[in-house]
Ligand binder design. Structure first.
Ligand SMILES: O=C(O)CCC(=O)C(=O)O
Ligand SMILES: [Fe+2]
Length: 319
């Protein structure tokens, strides 16, 4: 059973200002209370999802040698394939029982930012599968637009300029990721779990999950509650950078994935992050005389790099 808010965002695409504001307020309230909610009425087509799922199933079923041609651990800017156990989201647990594909904003090797060695900038690394790159590119752009639509609603509800986030999310370091969780062999509680308990690092995560189930969210009482699959929805959650940006007005909530039993699970998060040079300093209207800014300003890229180093052993070694 689901206890998280479900928000129909269709009015964000219409002309009714009153309805628009009501949705913005509902999103804002969910960010303050839970940091986790579902959206429905979003414009990503079910055909797109079907194409992505077919592409994921095809890619992850390929031999390791083929997938490792785009090994993420050999990419300085974090693109490509992550084999099982590359990531360890909960350091007190075994590594995650999942494999991943990550892509971001493509910047060719000769782009000045790449030549200057700017962190997290560079070309994507796609598998050699016909149609793959075009599909991923289209989806990345559509998810970028969807995240900006949600951010615009948050800006309005917070009483800051409507385009505050639009201006800061140009040339973003957002990542689209596909994840495959193989079926778990042992009983629940034994050994590796799908994704260890963690909070997301960035601003806003928009997650498509298939119907296998297993995503859980920690409530205020510290209990794990299910965030079950709901047809046609995305699960949206706030990450640590947005919590920091909003002076902890918005919550970044721990979550995890229990490996599926007897079935494969596929999920596809889009991690929306700003331009790397964006200054993350207390947002307007998020502090006051009794509530001073809690964190010093930091650049988006410095913040993200420090968090990546915590989760990926191979990046710790590089650092
Ligand atoms: O696969 C999922 O449902 C959640 C994945 C997740 O939390 C993450 O990648 O940050
Ligand atoms: Fe997460």
């Amino acid at each position: 059973m689901n206890t998280l808010p479900i928000i129909d965002i269709a009015p964000l695409y219409g002309d009714d200002q009153g309805a628009w504001l009501a949705v913005a307020k509902a999103i804002d309230a969910a960010c303050r209370e839970w940091g986790f909610f579902y959206i429905e009425g979003q414009p990503i087509s079910s055909q797109r999802i079907a194409e992505l799922k077919a592409a994921a199933a095809d890619f992850f079923a390929r031999p390791s040698e083929e997938k490792l041609r785009i090994d993420i651990t050999r990419s300085a800017h974090h693109r490509g394939y992550g084999a099982i156990a590359t990531e360890q989201l909960d350091p007190s647990q075994p590594s995650d029982f999942k494999e991943t594909f990550d892509m971001g904003l493509h910047m060719p090797a000769e782009h000045p930012d790449v030549l200057a060695g700017k962190p997290l900038r560079g070309p994507n690394r796609h598998p050699q599968i016909p149609g793959w790159e075009a599909l991923m590119q289209r989806h990345y752009e559509d998810m970028h637009e969807l995240s900006k639509t949600l951010l615009r609603a948050m800006a309005l509800a917070l009483g800051i300029e409507r385009d505050f986030f639009d201006r800061r999310f140009e040339q973003p370091i957002s990542v689209f990721r596909m994840i495959h969780y193989p079926p778990r062999a042992g009983a629940e509680g034994s050994g590796q779990q799908g994704a260890g308990a963690h909070t997301d690092y960035g601003c806003v995560t928009l997650l498509y999950q298939d119907n296998a189930g297993g995503l859980q969210v920690q409530n205020l009482a510290g209990e794990w509650i299910d965030a079950p699959p709901i047809e046609g929805t995305y699960v949206v959650n706030i990450g640590d950078m947005m919590a920091r940006w909003s002076n902890d007005l918005y919550k970044s909530t721990p979550h995890r994935v229990i490996s599926p039993q007897g079935v494969d699970r596929y999920s596809m998060p889009f991690f929306a992050e700003p331009h790397p040079d964006t200054e993350i300093a207390c947002l307007p209207n998020c502090s006051g005389p009794d509530n001073p800014p809690r964190y010093p300003p930091i650049s988006c890229s410095d913040y993200m790099l420090s968090r990546f180093a915590d989760t990926y052993a191979y990046r710790r070694k590089q650092a």
